[in-house]
Design a protein around this ligand. Structure first.
Ligand SMILES: *[C@@H]1O[C@H](CO)[C@@H](O)[C@H](O)[C@H]1NC(C)=O
Ligand SMILES: *[C@@H]1O[C@H](CO)[C@@H](O)[C@H](O)[C@H]1NC(C)=O
Ligand SMILES: *[C@@H]1O[C@H](CO)[C@@H](O)[C@H](O)[C@H]1NC(C)=O
Length: 662
């Protein structure tokens, strides 16, 4: 919704984050990644307040508590040197080679932004379980943002359910570590194809005004030329510093997997260092000299450190690439919302939407079941009648957009076909949380003024301007370019270099591809086609590209998680990946939406916890039911929940509410 361009990341599970870092620097928080709903409406409906305000409140608190933190003040190091940040977190900038096969010199470096939510026990405690790395997907999603918003919640899912003071022998408590992959958000150098935020804003607002593919007879003509303009300029830019390598050739998933090796090795080194200090303190306090329990427990397994990881969406692709490149380093790999390595790396990206329209049908079925109180777009006559009302609305608005007058809070607006498609897409990604919002907005433009819808559009916009500092420092300088605003090109840079050859097609060939996606899914085909359009003519190639096989005997079996109906990573992809890794198990969650976390399920959460706690996988063929369905329809088991279960369910609800996709 709102400011978005023709290039958007797709395979993502980014938390809806809390922005406004750095006081005055305005940010464009609008598109798939970070939707900030600073809800300033005087009388928002209660549902809106509840759904959209919490993450903001959370973020504001956190930022208030760490007013002075600046990533740029941390000196990047090739060891993990943590600094307190964001109230209860620790931040580090880890230096790794930009080109792993290039010379060791300062121009050949990237500094990864790494954030750690410390475990609930100290590193020297026997119950310390190590670090669980997380990635929200995208590509282009910020692992730092995911950890800030979901770190504490994810910790409560994977940690033992007893308090550390009551821990039993095998109980484990984990650090949660998020990192911004190279090219993304706070990792440097910043990849940007716009010289400043203002230029970017102009581009995205124009793209929005033109509408998505299918929004007019000439939509492809415009989108095609827009994509060319951006991709050609962006991918031919020489962005290397001091004759070093270009970041655009080094953001694909292969070096990202090598970066993970670097992170877990450095974590081992850091852990050992903590252990030595703790041992000294312990021995001093207990007047003994040769106790080595802590030291041996925390020793750095140099060159052999293993990965514990929970990846979502494109984050599963990172996971399966890692597992294929370094199968002996797998300790726990939970891969949720599974991308097929075959379709992703080879193209042509046409297996994603096989189940999407069924989700759409389900949303109207739930609406029908819930009735007019819970579903304002409800119509008599059953789910089909409700869907027919939707189709009519969509049809009518195509050449007759709705005018909405301005008010004190926002300017005049029009609500277009693209706007409805965008809201629909959001609902398809997250039926439980965004289905109800979609129907509220639909009803607002059917039998209201459209003012609620216009407010919704307005919320996603953040002003951008060319500051005096930016003019002084010059194009692409830090004062001009905000990290985290670059998802558009970061996503394209990863996608288009991961899938070599994905960008060679003519306008006619592309039209055919688009038509085939529409035939597969009328609800999302237009939107999804834009993903590939962004790669058309992309000129940079990845310098280092692992070419497979994407299949291995891993040192510990992988846990795959797939929804029965997933928006863009269908269950059949998870089944395929499951077949490529001997011993791995696929857990099916019987819900709709993208990734398991969009539909709270105690059953899934407990299986994931058990996996991280003990390494045990659920039995083959396990199907978990969700506990919450769209429009407040609940599962049967919720009445007699134990205290622990209802606490866990609250955690899962909180995660679901603060998820955010494209
Ligand atoms: C449409 O709006 C009118 C006036 O606000 C209201 O009385 C009526 O119930 C609404 N109809 C539907 C189907 O929501
Ligand atoms: C970038 O990272 C910061 C934390 O430093 C986070 O608050 C923000 O949400 C991230 N931005 C994006 C677009 O992910
Ligand atoms: C896994 O190991 C088995 C037994 O050694 C072997 O036959 C098989 O080819 C291996 N599979 C992969 C994907 O490496």
């Amino acid at each position: 919704m709102g400011i978005k361009s023709t290039l958007e990341p797709r395979w993502s599970s980014q938390p809806r984050a809390m922005q406004k870092e750095q006081g005055s620097k305005v940010k464009m928080l609008c598109f798939w990644l970070l939707v900030v709903f600073a809800f300033a409406v005087t009388k928002p409906s209660r549902k809106f307040l509840k759904l959209w305000q919490e993450p903001n409140v959370l973020a504001d608190d956190r930022l208030a508590n760490s007013p002075s933190f600046e990533w740029s003040e941390i000196v990047a190091s090739n060891e993990l040197q943590y600094h307190d940040c964001y109230d209860g977190f620790q931040c580090a900038r880890l230096e790794v080679p930009m080109d792993y096969h290039g010379p060791i010199e300062s121009s050949n470096k990237v500094a990864l932004a790494v954030i750690r939510r410390p475990a609930r026990v100290p590193v020297n405690d026997p119950h310390y379980g190590g670090a669980v790395l997380i990635n929200p997907g995208g590509p282009g999603g910020s692992g730092v943002a995911k950890a800030l918003v979901h770190g504490a919640l994810i910790q409560q899912v994977v940690d033992a359910d007893r308090e550390p003071s009551e821990a039993e022998a095998e109980d484990k408590y984990f650090d949660i570590i998020g990192f911004d992959p190279r090219g993304i958000n706070r990792s440097t150098p910043i990849l940007s194809c716009f010289q400043d935020n203002f230029a970017r804003q102009v581009w995205t607002l124009q793209s929005e005004a033109e509408g998505i593919l299918g929004s007019s007879d000439g939509s492809l003509r415009l989108a095609w030329r827009r994509a060319r303009a951006l991709a050609d300029g962006c991918s031919s830019r020489d962005d290397s510093a001091d004759g070093g390598p270009s970041i655009l050739e080094h953001v694909n998933t292969t070096p990202v997997s090598a970066d993970i090796v670097e992170i877990i090795e450095r974590h081992g080194q850091w852990r050992e260092h903590q252990g030595i200090q703790a041992q000294e303190a312990f021995n001093k306090a207990h007047r003994c000299h040769n106790n080595l329990d802590i030291v041996s427990r925390t020793r750095w397994q140099r060159g052999m450190e293993k990965l514990q990881y929970w990846g979502f969406s494109y984050g599963t692709l990172i996971g399966s690439t890692f597992a294929s490149m370094y199968p002996e380093r797998v300790s726990r790999l939970a891969l949720d919302g599974v991308v097929s390595t075959d379709d992703y790396y080879n193209g042509p990206w046409n297996t994603n939407l096989v189940d999407t329209d069924q989700i759409f049908v389900r949303i109207f079925e739930y609406c029908n079941e819930a009735g007019p109180d819970q579903c304002p777009f409800w119509r008599p006559g059953g789910a089909k009648a409700i869907q027919a009302a939707y189709e009519k609305l969509l049809h009518d608005i195509w050449d007759d957009p709705l005018s909405v007058v301005g008010n004190k809070r926002r300017g005049p607006e029009i609500i277009t076909w693209s706007d409805i498609k965008s809201v629909t897409k959001n609902a398809l990604y997250q039926p439980v949380i965004l289905g109800p919002i979609m129907v509220e907005l639909l009803q607002d433009i059917t039998n209201g003024t459209g003012s609620l819808f216009a407010d919704y559009k307005e919320k996603s916009r953040v002003p951008a301007y060319r500051s005096n500092e930016c003019i002084l420092d010059g194009p692409y300088s830090e004062a001009c370019v905000s990290p985290g605003w670059n998802e558009v090109e970061a996503t394209a840079a990863v996608l288009c270099t991961d899938a070599e050859g994905i960008g060679s097609f003519t306008e006619d060939e592309f039209r055919e591809y688009w038509q085939s996606l529409k035939a597969l899914s009328s609800s999302m085909g237009d939107y999804w086609a834009e993903t590939r359009l962004a790669c058309g003519g992309w000129q940079k190639r990845a310098k280092w590209r692992f070419s497979g096989p994407f299949s291995a005997n891993t040192s510990h079996p992988i846990l795959w998680i797939g929804n029965t109906l997933d928006t863009v990573t269908p269950l059949r992809n998870a089944q395929y990946m499951n077949s490529q890794f001997p011993g791995s198990v696929l857990l099916q969650q019987d819900s709709e939406g993208h990734c398991s976390q969009t539909a709270p399920s105690l059953c899934t959460a407990k299986a994931v916890r058990k996996y991280f706690q003990t390494g045990l996988l659920p039995p083959v063929g396990t199907i978990c039911q969700p506990d919450i369905r769209p429009f407040n329809l609940q599962g049967d088991g919720l009445k007699d929940l134990s205290t622990k279960d209802s606490e866990l369910l609250d955690v899962l609800k909180q995660i679901a509410k603060t998820m955010h996709f494209p």
